[in-house]
Write a protein that binds this ligand. Structure first.
Ligand SMILES: Cc1cc2nc3c(=O)[nH]c(=O)nc-3n(C[C@H](O)[C@H](O)[C@H](O)COP(=O)(O)OP(=O)(O)OC[C@H]3O[C@@H](n4cnc5c(N)ncnc54)[C@H](O)[C@@H]3O)c2cc1C
Length: 446
């Protein structure tokens, strides 16, 4: 994007173009009453490029695309993409249980190519607020906007003991593919027992000709536990549940998040099955000498650099026995956390924070001391307030439709929801229809 002397003010300016702000752009596109512009530091759309392992599958249904949840007729749906690429019939015939993440990345890139208001190679360096307008500034450009939408995603979480050692042979999973080289004959340790750790284990074990000398999988959890994808758990990924969760006091929300951990952070059943079968094949069929160790219930506590390897110390669960592991390469699959982007430094003191987190309103705007009518919306940072669905792809279109309705001040998207299957909240009086039917049945029985 080039420097423009008097850029037009837009209704909303988005920082970051990941799935969240891309969905916002796609849903805003057919609404001419809203003008928008989006800015991304990368030169092209990248969906977690460092973790785009070839076999990785989407962890949600493909209809949880950029738009379908709120408007399946939007021309940027996944089905529209398949149709335009003339691969809809083959897709149907392929009967995928899960779509490849690589294919969804291609779909996202195709959607980007249809949207004229996305600006790549455009890192937002600073945001200021003056005279009722936000001003986003990059190296050679500036964009004024009435509202701001942060879609900057989450950043890698690195254990404190690893921070001083990051480099070519000890790195976060977000760099796994970008740093990738052969691990043949190396001792590789993967730390983290969630989906990412499992995907890396699967990848390390996939090529018999290039197997490491040893592969060790360490997890803090007591077992390599599955993602709970059962229907009533999936109800947690609905607008109704998100609304219910948001209405609860913090003292209720915090323990619920702990209880719901495996509804979001477990490993998909299909992947666990595939890893287990591969272990069986390597051990019993191929009798391969690659030494594979599965070590759940351990926490990484210290890292020492030795002349030719890493020495990793771990505390073993309840026993607290200290164990030592040697590794040529260690991959930290230790998750992600939200951080306020540096470009917001000038506004930081004006944004309300509670326990380090933004304070969200219904419409995904956050509390700040600016005037009403100048909102800062934040995507993917409200897990502790809106529930486990917040960082997930599933509800992104619904969240974006909420933002669009709020920016426009009109119900441009119909977000009325039917009553959920599950009544999560307390009812003082249950509905009369059920009671009356019960009375009739009791009368008949008598
Ligand atoms: C490996 C992986 C796989 C996942 N798979 C699934 C899945 O299958 N299903 C699911 O529901 N969820 C999945 N998730 C969770 C979630 O859906 C993704 O993290 C998703 O990418 C979040 O989208 P986002 O737009 O909020 O952030 P991101 O995708 O992280 O995008 C943020 C963008 O903002 C840009 N940016 C940051 N700062 C600036 C700045 N100052 N100026 C300009 N640009 C900036 C970044 O370059 C980046 O492109 C996955 C997460 C990971 C890590």
């Amino acid at each position: 994007m080039n420097l423009r002397s008097a850029p037009a003010v837009v209704d909303m300016a988005g920082i970051g173009i990941g799935p969240a702000n891309l969905s916002l752009a796609a849903l805003a596109q057919p609404k001419p009453s809203i003008s928008a512009a989006f800015f991304e530091r990368s030169s092209e759309f990248q969906w977690h490029a460092g973790m785009m392992v070839p076999e990785a599958k989407l962890q949600v249904h493909y209809l949880k695309d950029l738009v379908s949840l709120v408007d399946p007729s939007n021309p940027l749906s996944f089905l529209a993409y398949l149709a335009q690429k003339k691969q809809l019939l083959s897709f149907i015939n392929a009967h995928f249980e899960q779509v490849l993440r690589r294919e969804f990345n291609q779909y996202y890139r195709w959607a980007c190519s249809q949207l004229p208001n996305l600006h790549f190679n455009s890192e937002v360096r600073s945001v200021t607020f003056d005279n009722g307008l936000f001003l986003l500034q990059g190296d050679t450009w500036a964009q004024p906007a009435r509202h701001l939408v942060l879609g900057t995603g989450q950043q890698p979480s690195i254990p404190a003991c690893a921070q001083a050692h990051l480099g070519d042979t000890l790195f976060h999973s977000s760099q796994y593919m970008t740093r990738k080289r052969s691990f043949k004959d190396q001792r590789v340790v993967v730390i983290g027992g969630g989906q990412t750790g499992a995907e890396i284990i699967q990848h390390l074990l996939s090529d018999t000709a290039a197997l490491p000398a040893s592969v060790t999988w360490v997890s803090r959890r007591w077992n390599f536990s599955p993602l709970d994808e059962s229907p009533f758990t999936n109800e947690l990924y609905t607008p109704q549940y998100s609304d219910h969760f948001f209405a609860q006091p913090e003292a209720v929300r915090r323990p619920l998040l702990v209880e719901q951990k495996l509804a979001s952070d477990g490993i998909s059943q299909a992947l666990l099955q595939s890893i287990y079968r591969r272990l069986y094949e390597l051990k019993h069929v191929l009798q391969h000498p690659c030494h594979i160790r599965l070590l759940p219930g351990r926490e990484l506590t210290a890292i020492q650099q030795r002349p030719h390897h890493w020495s990793l110390s771990m505390a073993h669960g309840h026993s607290q026995v200290q164990e030592e592991l040697s590794a040529d390469t260690a991959v930290l699959c230790t998750g992600y956390a939200y951080q306020m982007p540096a470009c917001l430094a000038a506004l930081e003191s004006r944004i309300t924070r509670c326990n380090g987190e933004y304070v969200f309103n219904d419409d995904y705007s956050v509390a700040w001391d600016g005037p009403q009518g100048s909102a800062i919306y934040v995507q993917n940072a409200a897990r502790s307030q809106k529930g486990i669905a917040d960082p997930n792809l599933g509800l992104i279109p619904w969240r974006c439709a909420n933002i669009i309705n709020s920016v426009s001040g009109q119900a441009l998207y119909d977000l009325d929801e039917p009553e959920a299957f599950v009544q999560w909240g307390a009812n003082e009086v249950f509905d009369e229809v059920g009671d009356a039917r019960f009375d009739r049945l009791t009368a008949l029985a008598n």
